[in-house]
Structures are given as structure tokens and as C-alpha cells.
Design a protein around this ligand. Structure first.
Ligand code: NAD
Length: 369
């Protein structure tokens, strides 16, 4: 059994602390019932760190994250910090964390659990059984490219500039992760870019094709990002693994989110390169933000964060058994009819965030009995 894995919890802002409380409940359960123990540490990130430490990510917090075996983050941001300087705002802290940990591979599964197929915005037959993995490049592209900025022209108009930039190495390493994951799944991968109108797209397609030659048993298809968005809502089950850049991945994974019914159901993992010992830096977080509209009301759906914790067990600690246990317990509690407001359906029981956490532990108890 696992012991003494260094885990850093960063609950953050808004609903972050609420959903993290439910993870703590499951961590306690794992400790008591499965003898899976963690060296737990906790720190501030985002707006709460600005309020208490003057910046959204201090060097000390960053060092803790770099030394941990895994980091679990809730969410950052909120209207309270909309006016703070761009370089210290909550989102800047999160971007810095991803960049410094060099977490270039962002895994976003979009799975439609049977009990929630009718909650999808698409017809049930289009999404029932859906299981796709969007792999988003996370440390480069237009969110980091320079030059960037706002300048005032001589005629008084303001000009805004962002730069989309990729190197062949950056594309190659994310494509390799994509092919490796596809090899463990259905051996099918879509490489998504806009080679028709963007130079980065041309390079992306060329590198994807080259890397594909090392994986002859995997079926590689190239697709333009706008077509991919359309296909995701037309016939999503045609996809298995989608690999794409930072900007398109951000948009396409939110689109896939709605196929599953709610942002509150979507986990994610962000992984770095493996060192000689096989250890990878890793950050796990729900796809959703801090949901300021429902923060503090015990209404948030904690399942995305709980599934992120399960991904952590699977990818950072090779604990497939307990990851599967959490997945099954989630299916069982949904089959019992328990729903937070975001996934509420007719005839189901409306419950709170903390109720879901307790019910998950009850289901885990039954499965482990
Ligand atoms: P959001 O994801 O916070 O919320 C979008 C909508 O989904 C809201 O109606 C919200 O109530 C709902 N929602 C989100 N998560 C939910 C959950 N777990 N359970 C139930 N409902 C849920 O996105 P937003 O409103 O665009 O952003 C709010 C703040 O979060 C902003 O400050 C933004 O910058 C920040 N943000 C942070 C992250 C992150 O920390 N990774 C990601 C996205 C947005």
C-alpha cells in the first residue's frame, strides 16, 4: 500500500475550499480504510494569496509545489480581484505554477456517466457512453508568446498584440504523450490545429505526422480546430484522443464539458516530463473556475475535484485500484439519484456539496466491505 506521498493542497478561491473539503474527507477515508496515507501540506494560491501575501503565488508556495509528488488545486479568481495588476492577479499565479512546473501536458477526460447521459445538452444517443480524452498543450502558444501588449498609436487608437508561437520540440513532446495515451486506449488520435491559416498549424501538422511514424499501430487523423468544434457537437463519439495546442485546447475542452452535462463533472491532470527516476511533476485540478455566483452556498458539485484526486492516484501514484474505486463510487451515488443543482434532473434528489462528499464515502464503504 502507498505511504508518505507528498501531496500539496491548494484550495484557492470561491468554491475551491468547499470542493477541497470533500477531497479531505476522501483522503481521511483512504487513510482509515485503505492505509493510503499522504504527507499533506496546504497553502494559499490565487486571490486569497493576494490578500494575505501580496501576490497570487509566492516563491515559497511554488517551491513546495515543485517538491511535492502531486499538487491538487481547487480554483482561483473572482470579481474581488478583477482590478488588481495583471502580473499578480489570481490567474497569473496559476499560469506561473503551470509554467514553472513545466506542465506541458494537460489531460482533460470528458466521460458521460450512464446516469447523466440525459443531462447533456446533446441528444442522449449521441453522448451515451462517451469517453474522450482531450490533451492540451499547456505551457506555450498564444497565452505565453511574445511580443504581446497594448500600445497606443499616434492617431490615438489602441492596438493589442498576442503572439502564437511553438517550437518543433514543444509539439513533439505533447504529441508523444498523446500517442502513448492513445496506445493504451482505442489506438486513434486526432491532431487538431489550423494549418490552413496559421504557420504554427503548418508546423504542428508536420511534427504530428513525423511522430506518428514511430507509432504505426495508431490511426492518426488531422483536423482543423473549427471543424473539430463542429464535430464535437455533431458526432462526439468519433473521437478518442484529441491532441491540440493551448488556445484550441482551452476552447474545445470547455465545449466537450457541455457534452458531459456540467463543468462540475470534469477533472483534469497536468503532467511534466518524467525524470530519471520516473517521477513527474503533476498538478490536478477541476476544469471549472471558482464559480463566484455560488461560492459559500454549499451548492458546488465536488465531483470534478474528487475525480481529479482519482486521476492523481492513477497517474502520480500508480494506484489504479483506488482510482477505480472512486470512479465506481461516483457512478453508484449518481445511480442513487443524488444531484447537486448543476446536474439536477426531474425526480432526483437535490443535495449539497458536502452531502455528495459524505455519500461518496458511504459508497466507498460499501465497495470496500
Ligand atoms: P466558472 O467555471 O467559475 O463558472 C461557470 C459557471 O459554471 C457558473 O455558473 C458556475 O456556477 C458553474 N460552475 C462551475 N463549477 C461548478 C461546480 N463545481 N458546481 C456547480 N456549478 C459550477 O467560470 P467563470 O464564471 O468564467 O469564472 C469565474 C472565475 O473563475 C473567474 O475569476 C475566472 O478567471 C476563474 N477561473 C479559474 C479557473 C481555474 O482556477 N482553473 C478556470 C476558469 C475560470
Amino acid at each position: 500500500m502507498l505511504s508518505n506521498k507528498r501531496l500539496l493542497l491548494l484550495p484557492g478561491d470561491g468554491i475551491g475550499p468547499e470542493v477541497m473539503n470533500e477531497v479531505r474527507r476522501v483522503i481521511d477515508w483512504m487513510d482509515q480504510r485503505r492505509h493510503v496515507t499522504f504527507d499533506l501540506d496546504e497553502d494559499l494560491v490565487g486571490g486569497i494569496a493576494i490578500d494575505n501575501k501580496g501576490t497570487s503565488l509566492t516563491d515559497e508556495t511554488l517551491a513546495k509545489a515543485m517538491n511535492a509528488d502531486a499538487v491538487l488545486l481547487g480554483a482561483v479568481g473572482g470579481p474581488k480581484w478583477d482590478g488588481v495588476a495583471r502580473d499578480i492577479r489570481p490567474e497569473a499565479g496559476l499560469l506561473k505554477l503551470r509554467k514553472e512546473m513545466d506542465l506541458f501536458a494537460n489531460l482533460r477526460p470528458a466521460t458521460v456517466l450512464p446516469a447523466l447521459a440525459e443531462a447533456s445538452s446533446l441528444k442522449e444517443h449521441l453522448v451515451s457512453g462517451l469517453d474522450i480524452l482531450i490533451l492540451r498543450e499547456l505551457t506555450s502558444g498564444v497565452y505565453f508568446g511574445t511580443p504581446r501588449g497594448l500600445t497606443e498609436n499616434a492617431d490615438g487608437t489602441i492596438e493589442a498584440l498576442d503572439s502564437q508561437r511553438y517550437t518543433s520540440e514543444e509539439i513533439e513532446r505533447i504529441m508523444r504523450v498523446g500517442f502513448e495515451l492513445a496506445g493504451k486506449r482505442n489506438k486513434k488520435i486526432h491532431s487538431v490545429e489550423k494549418a490552413n491559416v496559421m504557420e504554427t498549424g503548418v508546423l504542428w501538422r508536420r511534427v504530428a505526422t513525423e511522430v506518428g511514424k514511430d507509432f504505426p499501430d495508431i490511426d492518426l487523423e488531422h483536423m482543423y480546430a473549427d471543424n473539430c468544434a463542429m464535430q464535437l457537437v455533431r458526432e462526439p463519439k468519433q473521437f478518442d484522443v484529441i491532441v491540440t495546442d493551448n488556445l484550441f485546447g482551452d476552447i474545445l475542452s470547455d465545449c466537450a464539458a457541455m457534452l458531459t452535462g456540467s463543468l462540475g463533472m470534469l477533472p483534469s491532470a497536468s503532467l511534466g516530463a518524467a525524470d530519471e527516476s520516473g517521477r513527474r511533476m503533476a498538478l490536478y485540478e477541476p476544469v471549472h473556475g471558482s464559480a463566484p455566483d455560488i461560492a459559500g452556498e454549499n451548492k458546488a458539485n465536488p465531483l470534478a475535484t474528487l475525480q481529479s484526486f482519482a486521476m492523481m492516484l492513477r497517474y502520480s501514484f500508480d494506484d489504479v485500484e483506488n482510482a477505480d474505486l472512486i470512479h465506481q463510487a461516483t457512478i453508484n451515488l449518481l445511480n442513487r439519484g443524488l444531484r447537486t443543482p448543476d446536474i439536477m434532473q426531474n425526480g432526483k434528489e437535490l443535495v449539497s456539496c458536502s452531502h455528495i462528499g459524505k455519500a461518496l464515502c458511504e459508497e466507498l464503504d460499501k465497495l470496500a466491505a
